[in-house]
Design a binder for this molecule. Structure first.
Ligand SMILES: *Cc1c(COP(=O)(O)O)cnc(C)c1O
Length: 393
């Protein structure tokens, strides 16, 4: 079974590039050039140097002792929360900004939901001195004010998407429109393993540093580079794909992806795509998405803006359909409680997105001695207001 992209840009039934004809030249340029650029040794040297000295990699693999005692397994946390800008997203934006430079692009656009990808993009644009325009839903601009301020401080222009639900999917539509109008000088940095081929593969390769490091760190700490389980939360699926990437062909390693159930999968306020979704096309690729019978995208809900997305990347759809990955979901309440639990057991305040993965430990049963790696995708500073309201702090 092949779990990676084929030469047509597909993962089994999913993937491809379903784009308006006017986007074709941009996407085709990228498709033809991306792999050669990534494989170039100068590119790799520059990418690795920035990951080390600017992002602060390798991120630690931390054996969470008190959490391990509580659940009866060895729980390791892959500390993406310690990266510069506070999450895994910077791994991808560093990769893509270097790639944009090699393509001769002078202007960067991006879409953002929680604001985390916008901040990671504005950060690397400041780092390399490139113009940056970030599209963000009007509703998200209001609920993520500190991240909007960060982007502006970094010199980016933040443009409000005012159509539809005024959230992430509308921001994505606006960014695609911009790219159509500026095909020559502009690179579009997509923030997750979604979008037309080659984005899902390209973003997965940049995020694969997570599992590349994890294998080495597991080998040092346990004597084996393989874990029994690796877990990660899934919005579009980039931290999960980074966490899974180098374990995908190790069939003994169980890959567990946690989606946001919101107020509950049957509440009408959920983002549990694999449970509620059907096959279809969203944002340029064939995947699984939440949609009505006549194909209208259903509004997702999650307390964490980063998981509030109605689809998943095509590689995840393939891992789900083939059974290689286990896809589960966690409610808002369960995630918030797990966020507090991790904080009080280990002194680590997680992003609410990452807390979804922590919460899944409650649903697992262990014989004892299993090695479990959880991708702690980000830190919780940005979520303090939500935690404060929920716990009356
Ligand atoms: C954006 C974000 C996510 C969700 O995005 P993926 O592409 O699914 O990884 C998860 N955790 C944090 C901290 C984020 O910022």
């Amino acid at each position: 079974m092949n779990y990676f992209v084929d030469e047509r840009g597909y993962y089994g039934d999913f993937g491809g590039a379903y784009i308006p004809e006017m986007l074709y030249p941009n996407v085709e340029e990228l498709r033809q050039k991306y792999q050669a650029i990534i494989d170039d040794e100068h590119f790799q040297a520059e990418f690795k140097a920035l990951l080390k000295d600017y992002v602060g990699r390798p991120s630690p693999l931390y054996l969470a002792k008190r959490l391990s005692e509580k659940y009866g397994a060895n729980i390791f946390l892959k500390r993406e929360d310690l990266n510069h800008t506070g999450a895994h997203k910077i791994n991808n934006t560093i990769g893509q900004i270097l790639l944009a430079e090699k393509l001769g692009k002078k202007r960067i656009i991006a879409e953002t939901g929680a604001g985390q990808h916008g901040v990671a993009t504005a950060t690397v644009c400041a780092l390399r001195g490139l113009e940056c325009v970030v599209y963000m839903g009007e509703v998200d601009i209001k609920r993520q004010a500190p991240n909007v301020a960060r982007m502006k401080m970094l010199g980016a222009t933040v443009v409000a998407a005012t159509s539809g639900s005024k959230t992430l999917k509308d921001a994505t539509n606006e960014a695609m429109r911009d790219w159509i109008n500026n095909p020559v000088d502009t690179h579009y940095i997509i923030g997750s393993v979604v979008g037309p081929h080659p984005y899902p593969d390209m973003v997965a390769q940049f995020q694969s540093i997570i599992s590349f490091e994890t294998k080495k760190q597991l080998k040092e700490q346990t004597g084996s580079e393989l874990a029994d389980y690796v877990l990660a939360c899934v919005g579009g699926g980039s931290n999960a794909m980074g966490m899974f990437y180098h374990f995908i062909n190790d069939e003994s390693v169980k890959l567990v992806a946690i989606e946001a159930a919101g107020k509950g999968v049957s509440s009408g306020f959920s983002a549990a795509t694999t449970t509620l979704g059907k096959e279809g096309v969203l944002h340029g690729s064939r995947s699984i998405l939440m949609q009505t019978d006549d194909g209208q995208v259903v509004e997702p809900h999650s307390v964490s803006a980063g998981l509030d997305y109605p689809g998943i990347g095509p590689q995840h759809a393939h891992l789900f359909k083939t059974g290689r990955g286990l896809y589960a979901s966690i409610t808002d309440d369960e995630a918030l409680l797990a966020g507090r639990l991790l904080t009080q057991y280990e002194g680590i305040i997680p992003a609410i997105e990452s807390a979804h993965a922590i919460a899944y430990l409650e649903k697992m049963t262990f014989k004892g001695g299993e090695n479990v790696v959880i991708c702690l995708s980000g830190r919780g500073d940005k979520d303090m207001e939500t935690y404060m309201k929920y716990f009356n702090l």
